[in-house]
Structure formats: C-alpha cells, structure tokens
Write a protein that binds this ligand. Structure first.
Ligand SMILES: Nc1ncnc2c1ncn2[C@@H]1O[C@H](COP(=O)(O)OP(=O)(O)OP(=O)(O)O)[C@@H](O)[C@H]1O
Ligand SMILES: [Mg+2]
Length: 279
C-alpha cells in the first residue's frame, strides 16, 4: 500500500503530486516543494535506514557530501530527513522527466547509444574521482531526459546513498541487483570503482541485447555464471543481431569484463579510492 496519496503534504513542505515508482528501499513520489515556489522534486522514502543508527549516521554524512555534487549527468540531491509520524526517512532529488535507460534505448542506433554511454561514463568518472562508488548501477537507476530530441540527457540516480543501505534490504541483492554485481563483490570483497565499470558493462550489454548476460532460475545460478561463464555474444541475442550486422569487433568491446580490462583496480579488493574510470 502506498505511504502517501496525491494532495497530501509531507513534513509541511512537500505536496504529493503522484507516485513515480517503488523499489527495494521504499517509494518514490513526484512532489511540489512548497518552500520553493512549487518546484517539482522526486521524494524517495527510505524505510530500513531508521532501524540502524550507525547506518543512518553514515547515510547523513554521505548525503551531505552528495548535496555538493554538481554534474549534468547526476540527478541532484537536496534534503535528507525523517518523515514526521513514520518509522522512515526520506530524501529529495531532482525530478527527471523521462524514461529509464532500457525503455529510452529501445529503438536507438549505435551512434545514439554511444552518446548516452559517454554521458554515463562521465557521471561515473565524476563520482569515482571524488572517492564515491555507485554500487547499484542498473537501468532503473539511469533515466534519460529529453528522449526523442536530438540531445537526450542521461541522469544517474541513487548514487552512493543507497549503496550504504543495500545490505539492509530484505532479500538483499537477490532483489534484482544481483544481475549487475561484479564477481569480486559476489565473492564478498569490498567494491571498488572497477565494480561499477562491471555493472556498466552489464547495463550496456542489456541495452544492446535486450537481456542480461547472466540469468538463471536461482540466485546461485546467476552467481555461478558471473564467476565462471563468458557472456554469450550480444550479436547472438535480440537486437544485437541487427545492431552488429557486419561489425566484428564491437561486441567484445561491450562485454562487462572487457570494459574494465585496463582499469588499474581490476581484481584488487580494497576500500573505495579516488581512482578515475577509463571510459
Ligand atoms: N529522480 C527521479 N525522477 C523521476 N523518476 C524517478 C526518480 N527516482 C526514481 N524514479 C522512478 O521511480 C522508480 C523507482 O525508483 P527506485 O529507486 O525506488 O527503485 P529501483 O531503482 O527499481 O530500485 P532501488 O531501490 O534498487 O533503487 C524508478 O524506476 C523511476 O522510474
Ligand atoms: Mg533506484
């Protein structure tokens, strides 16, 4: 059941316009900020953070850092707080009017896809160069504004903040994110920037082939494939056939492993560092 209905005013400040969606952490609403002339924002509820004071402190600290981020391909974040009368917290962020990466790329050609990929890499490079990781890169966390126009803009969501709380989710990573996780993370090592590049490779593969590279009937099977199997060539799947007709070298370059082959942190488990991605 939804936490809020249209017309409700949350914390005496945000009037709910409509729900935008729901994910592992809570619900996302389109709201008007009544203290900012009705500016439209996205408000995301974060239920599990309230249960663990240490996580909450870390969330607040990280959130404060993120409010200072300014990048055209990262959705800006604004406020973090407790929902009055609820065992839940929330944060507000830039409202992105658009579709998620999978929907937005359904009919795009390779050239337009490359432009979106470059924007994605720029967003990751910005995060990594400031010592942050995304850790939950997947199509629902990548929106494309201005789809159908000559210059669509990628907006990456949920960076940093949700990675801190991901471990608290019921069901953990099996809630879909497993398909995008790097092998070393699945083995229990701390993520570093190369893990984001692996997820980026999975996302890109999915955009091209219209299916994830590793899938199966159980989480264990998906993990096994991540660890031991090469991805099936995207040229053999879905749109890959038409996109790559006559292009021999492209599919390999898009594989999750190849994308980060030259990355300095590859395979070396370590705390997040201020390394830069090499897209
Ligand atoms: N800033 C935003 N602007 C517009 N729509 C948004 C915004 N943030 C989220 N949404 C929409 O709400 C949906 C749910 O987002 P949410 O982040 O809760 O779920 P998720 O990405 O599927 O899972 P996760 O909890 O792992 O992030 C998204 O798929 C997107 O369509
Ligand atoms: Mg999300």
């Amino acid at each position: 059941m939804s936490l809020f209905r249209a017309g409700m005013v949350v914390n005496q400040r945000h009037r709910v316009v409509r729900p935008l969606g729901a994910g592992g952490m809570g619900e996302v609403y389109l709201v008007e900020d009544l203290l900012a002339g009705g500016r439209l924002l996205a408000l995301k509820t974060v239920r599990s953070a309230a249960e663990n004071p240490a996580t909450l402190d870390s969330l607040k600290r990280e959130f404060e850092a993120m409010t200072r981020f300014r990048h055209p391909n990262l959705a800006g974040v604004y406020d973090f707080g407790r929902l009055a009368g609820e065992e839940a917290h929330f944060f507000t962020m830039e409202y992105v009017e658009g579709a998620d990466l999978l929907d937005a790329t359904e009919t795009l050609g390779v050239g337009e896809l490359c432009s979106l990929l470059v924007q994605l890499c720029r967003a990751l490079e910005y995060l990594h160069s400031r010592g942050f990781l995304h850790r939950d890169l997947k199509p629902s966390n990548i929106l494309v504004a201005g789809g159908g126009t000559p210059s669509p803009t990628v907006k990456v969501l949920d960076f940093g903040l949700l990675s801190e709380t991901a471990g608290l989710r019921e069901g953990g990573e099996a809630g879909g994110t497993l398909h995008y996780m790097a092998p070393e993370v699945l083995r229990g090592h701390p993520a570093e920037s190369s893990a984001d590049l692996y997820s980026l490779g999975v996302v890109l593969y999915q955009v091209l082939a219209r299916r994830v590279p590793f899938d199966g009937p159980s989480p264990e099977e998906v993990v096994r494939q991540h660890l031991h199997e090469p991805p099936p060539p995207p040229r053999d799947a879905g749109r890959g056939r038409s996109l790559f007709a006559g292009r021999r070298s492209v599919p390999g370059a898009y594989s999750p492993r190849a994308l980060r082959r030259r990355h300095p942190g590859r395979g070396r488990p370590a705390a997040p560092t201020r390394t830069t991605s090499t897209c």
